[in-house]
Design a protein around this ligand. Structure first.
Ligand code: GDP
Ligand code: MN
Length: 358
């Protein structure tokens, strides 16, 4: 654990691909952003940070998705801030994929979500948020613009990237055989996922062969600082990868266990009668179906999305980490931060190989 208190600049592996390496920028990858036209200001700010800390060195394409048409103004403003040769794709999402399906009973939805809202579940009564969570859970990786893409780095409006990243993170995923990379782990609002775990158990009874014997089960079952969540969520700790940052091998999402699980969850209606987030859904799937050693904590990536930060603790002012991410500000392994479940990952799940990278 002491090694984790030392600042980190990048993972200690020998196969990092630098900007001047012929392999730099050659992964089948894209930076991916689901946004609305009105998010333009905040997504531009996120893109500029992505460019400054990482992508101006590696030139990965951007893919923007929207349930509405992007306006010419939106597209022009994005093009204006990026180099001319950067590949930029704009796509819309089929309404049949995005919208609440016919099978959902509207009255049941309204009553159920009103109740969840009164219990403090965020966005419970916002239909578009349910659509978004469902889309990021079960559909985004099937979008035609991602057909030839293996890795996506999800970029949200309004985030900050604090530190320079001097290696190709997609190549890092590829060369180190990682399926998923995250920066922050937190507990969820338990009332949003009351039935997710019991339903998942039903699915596993039908498909025990999908369980990976080296899964990150403790992440789901270790209730550490939030025992009350464990009760409300009926046996799930609610610890999840905070998916607003995620670097994903889409082949994992396209695999049979993940897809069958998504079909099953869809049949259980919890994206609407509850407010299952894409984060707990993705995290449960990863913890059950993936080998834990294929999940990587990008401890070195200084990342902020309101209200949490992952700060690698590199010295400020050495041109690597810019202000605001001062060491020790919020350390994700701290037991003091009650919402944080990174300590669980470190104590019970992290493999020797992962630890050696830090
Ligand atoms: P939060 O991080 O949970 O507060 O949720 P956000 O509002 O940041 O939404 C998550 C992501 O989905 C962001 O990238 C948003 O831009 C995007 N998003 C959310 N709702 C919609 C929507 O209705 N349409 C589109 N196109 N994008 C959305
Ligand atoms: Mn967000």
């Amino acid at each position: 654990i002491d090694t984790l208190k030392k600042p980190i600049i990048e993972p200690k592996v020998k196969n990092l691909v630098r900007a001047d390496d012929p392999e730099a920028g050659t992964a089948k990858a894209t930076i991916l952003s689901l946004v609305r036209n009105e998010d333009i200001k905040d997504i531009k700010s996120a893109i500029l940070q992505m460019e400054n800390t990482f992508n101006r060195k590696f030139n990965y394409p951007y893919t923007f998705l929207n349930d509405n048409e992007f306006t010419e103004d939106f597209k022009n403003q994005i093009r204006e801030i990026l180099p001319e040769d950067r590949i930029i794709r704009f796509g819309t999402i089929d309404p049949e994929v995005w919208n609440m399906p016919e099978s959902i009973d509207r009255e049941t939805y309204v009553n159920a979500t009103r109740k969840l809202g009164s219990e403090g579940v965020g966005y419970a009564d916002r239909e578009s948020y349910h659509n978004m969570c469902r889309f990021y859970s079960r559909s985004f990786y099937k979008h035609p613009l991602l057909k030839d893409i293996k890795y996506t780095w999800r970029l949200e409006p309004g985030i900050s990237l604090h530190c320079d990243i001097d290696y190709d993170v997609f190549k890092f995923m590829e060369k180190n055989n990682k399926l998923y990379g995250y920066t922050i782990n937190v507990y969820d609002s338990a009332a949003s996922v009351r039935t997710l775990w019991p339903r998942t158990m039903k699915f596993l009874k039908k498909h025990p062969e999908f369980i990976n014997p080296n899964g990150a089960f403790k992440m789901l079952k270790e209730n550490g600082q939030k025992p009350e969540n464990f009760d409300v969520a009926n046996g799930y700790s609610t610890c999840h990868f905070w998916t607003n940052f995620e670097i994903t091998d889409l082949d994992f999402l396209r695999s049979e266990p993940y897809q069958k699980y998504m079909d099953f969850l869809e049949s259980q209606d919890g994206f609407y009668y509850e407010r299952w987030g894409d984060a707990p859904v993705r995290s449960v799937a990863l913890s059950l179906f993936a080998d834990k050693k294929q999940i990587h904590w990008f401890r070195d990536i200084g990342y902020y999305h309101q209200p949490y930060i992952n700060c690698p603790g590199s010295p400020v002012g050495n041109n690597r980490c810019h202000n605001k991410c001062s060491p020790g500000k919020v350390t994700p392994w701290s037991d003091l931060d009650i919402e944080n479940c990174q300590a669980v990952w470190i104590k019970y799940i992290m493999t020797e190989d992962e630890l050696n990278m830090y």
